[in-house]
Design a protein around this ligand. Structure first.
Ligand SMILES: NC(=O)c1ncn([C@@H]2O[C@H](COP(=O)(O)O)[C@@H](O)[C@H]2O)c1NC=O
Length: 509
């Protein structure tokens, strides 16, 4: 008897050609309403599923293929005589090939103003049931859930290579696809922040040349429905493919620059800022960021939150940089930057971090899922705990400093003015070492006279205040909260330093 294929697809692209090729290879075809019409209109001979089940499609299409005549035909084990006898006894024909793609749930929930009823109606039930049944019975049934596999299947069929390994490969793909489909539905319906099962799903963007190091393999995946402000929306206009480290750095840069409304330039290395400048003009912001640390910026990632002009582009062109990302580039600015073959030039409409964004990190044997640190404190949140009161200018610098320090790996100390980082001390295992690094980088800078210090977490003892004061720092912002806060306050008073507490820690491990 001829082989039997069931075709039931929402996205009908390529289905006529595929159906036609199947019939040429001797397959009989059965199909659901819309697919059947497409096939027949396209000149492909096919029979209605209704004729097989003896039941009309009903309940607005909620029940079409959910019938034992279909599912027994898929699930029967061909080498099990009892199964085959049962099929015969009930006049059921084995189905050899299932080709299904599902209702467009993802596209539906992305539509503006979609109602709950519309979304729910696009939850496919019969399709996944057939796909899963066929995938379970891959020993005997071939299952195709992607148009990309139509041609490959035909090629293999002709070469007599539709073997068990290939069918298993197709079956595994089905379980990934239905799991991802259900994960999206679960996300749409779930109201809990931390449900009992975390069923996140990501779609592959590309295999990467390597991971964090050249001996590590890696691939890049994106959220199927990325947040508005995210790397997934960035467009690469020029340059080499982004590496694993590039993507992580670019992500860190986007998180940093989102905090600034005025023209800002973030220069970043290894996920830490090496220079941030803010001004009324982009070029001035660039100069401030560059002068923060002209050495570390070499090979850095630059994010700019305004359209890049020629003057700023020329400055950047003079350096070796890995990535430049901005909302747009003037034509002449782009032309000069694009002279560098390898420089990655990217655009992204900058915005604010989604306040509900959650970050996922893996640990051995599990994962941690938490709110992203999207807040920063403003002057109105500051509590002056020292006798000395910060000046207006110092308050603005303290605000800038504590906006920057939360983006620096802990233990983090930054020395800044109100619009420029002067020294960044990142990732040391004790706070005083971070402070020493930050001060050492800052001390010879022209603007050091206006410098303040910001710390991502409290000072466990008074040594940081003392060190800062001895290096001419006049104002410090830190969260407070140490049992020895009073020691730091006393030390600030001893040196006449203004000490401000925010009450909010910004660790970044
Ligand atoms: N309910 C069912 O029995 C059923 N069987 C197949 N489907 C889906 O119906 C779609 C194809 O429908 P049509 O051929 O009528 O355009 C496919 O996406 C397929 O996954 C069904 N629909 C949804 O659950």
């Amino acid at each position: 008897m001829a082989k039997l294929a069931l075709l039931s697809v929402s996205d009908k692209t390529g289905i006529v050609a595929f159906g036609s090729e199947l019939t040429k290879r001797g397959y009989d075809i059965i199909s659901t309403g819309g697919t059947l019409k497409t096939l027949v209109d396209g000149g492909v001979k096919a029979t209605s599923v209704e004729d097989v089940t003896g039941f009309p499609e009903m309940l607005d299409g909620r029940v079409k293929t959910l019938h034992p005549r279909i599912h027994a035909g898929i699930l029967a084990k061909r080498d099990n005589p009892e199964h085959m006898a049962k099929l015969k006894e009930n006049g059921i024909r084995p189905i050899d090939l299932i080709c299904v793609n599902l209702y467009p749930f993802k596209a539906t929930i992305q539509k503006d103003g979609v109602t709950d009823a519309e979304a729910i109606e696009q939850i496919d039930i019969g399709g996944p049931s057939m796909l899963r049944a066929a995938a379970k019975n891959f020993q005997d049934v071939t299952v195709i859930c992607e148009q990309a596999d139509y041609a490959e299947f035909l090629k293999r069929y002709d070469a007599d290579q539709v073997d068990r390994a290939y069918r298993r490969h197709l079956a595994a793909k089905v379980f990934r696809q239905t799991a991802a489909y259900d994960a999206l539905i679960a996300k749409y319906m779930t109201t809990e922040a931390y449900p009992e099962k975390l069923t996140l799903t990501y779609e592959k963007v590309e295999d990467m040349r390597y991971g964090e190091n050249s001996h590590q393999t890696a691939a890049y995946y994106k959220d199927p429905i990325p947040e508005d402000y995210s790397l997934a929306h960035a467009k690469q206009l020029h340059g080499k493919a982004l590496s694993y480290n590039n993507l992580r750095d670019a992500d860190a840069a986007l998180r940093m620059i989102a905090d600034f409304d005025k023209p800002a330039v973030v220069a970043l290395k290894h996920m830490n800022p090496c220079g941030i400048g803010v001004s009324d003009k982009l070029l001035t912001a660039w100069n401030l960021a560059y002068e923060s640390d002209p050495i570390s910026i070499f090979g850095g990632i630059i994010a700019l939150n305004r359209k890049v002009d020629l003057a700023t582009a020329k400055k950047m062109h003079a350096l070796f940089l890995e990535i430049i990302i901005a909302p747009a580039f003037d034509d002449d600015a782009y032309a000069i930057l694009a002279k560098k073959k390898n420089l990655r030039i990217m655009t992204l409409d900058f915005g604010k971090m989604n306040p509900d964004h959650k970050d996922l990190v893996t640990v051995l044997g599990g994962a941690l899922y938490q709110d992203a640190d999207t807040t920063h404190e403003t002057i109105s949140d500051f509590k002056v705990v020292s006798k000395a009161q910060p000046t207006e200018a110092q308050l603005r610098a303290l605000q800038f400093g504590q906006m920057v320090v939360k983006h620096v790996k802990s233990n983090a100390i930054v020395v800044t003015t109100a619009n420029q980082t002067l020294g960044v001390g990142a990732g040391q295992m004790n706070r005083i070492d971070s402070l020493k690094i930050a001060v050492d980088k800052a001390e010879d800078k022209a603007n050091y006279g206006n410098a303040i210090i910001a710390s991502d977490a409290f000072f466990p003892m008074d040594d940081c205040v003392e060190y800062a004061a001895k290096h001419n720092i006049k104002a410090i912002v830190e969260p407070g909260g140490s049992i020895r806060d009073q020691d730091s306050i006393d030390k600030a008073d001893e040196y006449g330093v203004a000490l401000v507490f925010t009450g909010v820690r910004h660790f970044k491990h």
